[in-house]
Ligand binder design. Structure first.
Ligand SMILES: Cc1ncc(C[n+]2csc(CCOP(=O)(O)OP(=O)(O)O)c2C)c(N)n1
Length: 568
């Protein structure tokens, strides 16, 4: 059915349409380009008309990460608007994260006014000349699936519906729409649009039945199959078919990083993250939504092993180089592919004795791994600076189905057995640091009933603009527990230097130029400046009580908290 509404400008029609399409939040970091949007919001507030809720965010890195976090939890894309080229530049790091983790998002920016004359919205500020780019879309074109500038008299509904359909089509990822001020500010009287979007996203694709059958034959006859995943849990509905397939075959599930809950980590066939020594022994290897299943420099599959790649884009066509073998390539929705493989393997039949044996072997390996993990934490119990394994085990005692843990070089997630979808999210594979603070706020916005815990390195905290995050947390009433792992250094940078030159000058003299932060820095005071609870924790004996105090602040007092953990 068509709706016709009275509006004053294109900006107003745009907001009406976004709300009608189910966009709940409009994360904005504005500039002079926002004038028609601000006017439209004011008018519609006064008339109590439907709107995406505007969330002012003082740094673009937080705005993009908030939209990312919200969508990661709900699956529903939101809108971000930033200021012309400077805003796009600041936001790009977050857009790279969204792109590489297949997060849909309508990312938008104003355009500096196009005209120099008397038109409404034309240039009237000193910045309006220097802020113009010949091709603003080129700033992010490599990282978005589609970009377009809204033209005068454009088919607004067609453009927005197309943007939303493309961003959600698999493999999903952000799109970029630029909005010139004259176009947004153009006077119109009525806006007519359809109740339903003009286009549906393309998803739920399936490999052919021939390919399913061929793959099932390989898996059913394999003596030592293994599976490696990183991000199949982006679709929570893929977990059960993965469990079914693993159990049917007695096949261990390794994780090349924990981006989502891919597989219940308390399952006997959960095999942890250390796949290198198992790769050369496997005769069938399933790479399921994993961009880097192993490091080729460190391990190689057997020549006669069959490598099976499953995913929305199993060859990672957006990665410039990636040389992993793929003998059987199954593009499509993992949930459907896995379910079809389960049925096909059942039809063929498996050697149930061998499956039983393999399951028992991997269950035993898992038990030993858990004992070693626990021993690591126990050994670190009294260490100063605070030991990460010990701290993480203490934190794990408070995690469950009602918590969401985010980690960006934060805690040691191997100390936690995540079992339920949506209880943990890890750093996107592109590793553009600065994701966790905003993503945690977005997650809290999406799931206010859950306790959201954001764990991150001190370096990552700085990249994520803590100040901006704390201000949004207070303003939007989004109490999150932030845990800053303050080791006073960019440890990842130091480690990589050490790995490349283990006997070099830096290692011999213990000199790590360009990696130092400050362990004495009082991160807790930044949170306190926004009315939050803040505590510096140096004594390992204080860890359990400090975690309780942080949780009390967010769960009972309803305010954000930050624990500054002085760790190793
Ligand atoms: C935006 C950005 N800049 C620089 C880097 C390179 N980098 C990778 S890890 C790292 C250090 C992060 O420090 P921290 O969060 O404290 O974690 P730690 O390495 O100490 O575990 C840096 C700078 C990056 N990934 N992203």
């Amino acid at each position: 059915m068509a709706n016709t509404v009275q509006v004053d400008t294109v900006a107003e029609a745009y907001l009406e349409l976004l709300a009608a399409r189910g966009i709940k939040y409009f994360f904005g970091n504005g500039g002079t380009d926002f004038a028609p949007i601000l006017e439209a919001y004011a008018k519609r507030f006064s008339q109590e008309q439907m709107l995406p809720k505007p969330i002012p965010v003082p740094h673009e890195i937080t705005a993009v990460a908030m939209a990312h976090g919200y969508t990661m939890v709900t699956g529903k894309p939101q809108v971000v608007m930033v200021h012309t080229i400077p805003g796009t530049a600041n936001a790009t790091s977050g857009i790279i994260n969204a792109a590489r983790s297949n997060t849909p998002m309508l990312f938008t920016a104003g355009r500096t006014p196009l005209t120099e004359g008397d038109e409404s919205g034309s240039r009237d500020g000193g910045i309006h000349w220097a802020q113009e780019s010949f091709d603003q879309g080129s700033m992010v074109r490599e990282w978005v699936k589609w970009d377009y500038e809204l033209r005068p008299d454009a088919d607004l509904e067609g453009v927005v519906d197309r943007a939303l359909a493309i961003t959600q089509s698999e493999p999903a990822g952000p799109v970029y729409l630029t909005l010139p001020r004259e176009v947004l500010g153009k006077k119109i009287e009525n806006f007519t649009y359809s109740d339903t979007p003009r286009m549906a996203p393309a998803r739920d694709r399936m490999p052919s039945s021939d390919l399913i059958e061929e793959t099932a034959k390989v898996l059913a006859s394999a003596k030592n199959p293994i599976l490696i995943t990183r991000a199949s849990g982006r679709d929570p509905k893929s977990v059960q078919p993965l469990v079914d397939l693993a159990e049917l075959l007695g096949m261990p599930v390794f994780e090349s990083g924990v981006a989502f809950v891919n597989f219940p980590q308390n399952h006997p066939l959960h095999a942890g993250g250390d796949v290198a020594s198992h790769v050369p022994e496997a005769d069938a290897i399933v790479i399921l939504e994993s961009d880097v299943p192993w490091i080729p420099k460190r391990t190689t599959p057997r020549e006669d092993a069959t490598i099976i790649a499953i995913g929305e884009d199993p060859l990672y066509s957006k990665y410039p180089i990636r040389g992993y073998r793929s003998d059987l390539t199954l593009a499509g929705s993992p949930r459907h592919t896995l379910a079809a493989l389960v049925e096909a393997v059942k039809k063929i039949g498996v050697d149930s004795g061998a499956v039983k044996e393999r399951t028992a072997k991997w269950a035993e390996a898992r038990k030993k791994r858990f004992e070693a993990t626990d021993a690591r934490a126990e050994a670190g119990k009294d260490q100063t600076p605070i030991n990460k394994a010990y701290f993480s085990r203490e934190l794990a005692k408070h995690l469950g189905d009602d918590t969401i843990l985010l980690s960006e070089l934060g805690v040691d997630v191997s100390q936690v057995a995540f079992t339920t979808s949506g209880t943990t999210y890890g750093i996107p594979p592109a590793g553009s640091l600065g994701w966790a603070i905003g993503a945690a706020l977005g997650a809290k916005l999406a799931a206010p009933e859950k306790t959201v815990i954001c764990t991150l390195g001190d370096g990552s905290y700085i990249f994520g603009s803590g100040t901006s995050g704390h201000i949004v947390s207070e303003a939007q009433n989004l109490p999150v527990l932030f845990i800053v792992w303050n080791n006073g250094i960019w440890n990842a940078v130091k480690s990589s230097a050490k790995n490349m030159n283990p006997d070099g000058y830096a290692a011999k003299t213990d000199t790590w130029a360009l990696t130092t932060l400050s362990q004495s820095f009082k991160y807790e005071m930044i949170c306190q400046a926004s009315g939050g609870y803040g505590e510096r924790v140096e004594d390992p004996a204080e860890v359990p009580a400090a975690i309780e105090r942080g949780l009390h602040a967010v769960q009972v007092e309803g305010r954000q908290a930050l624990l500054n953990i002085i760790g190793a």
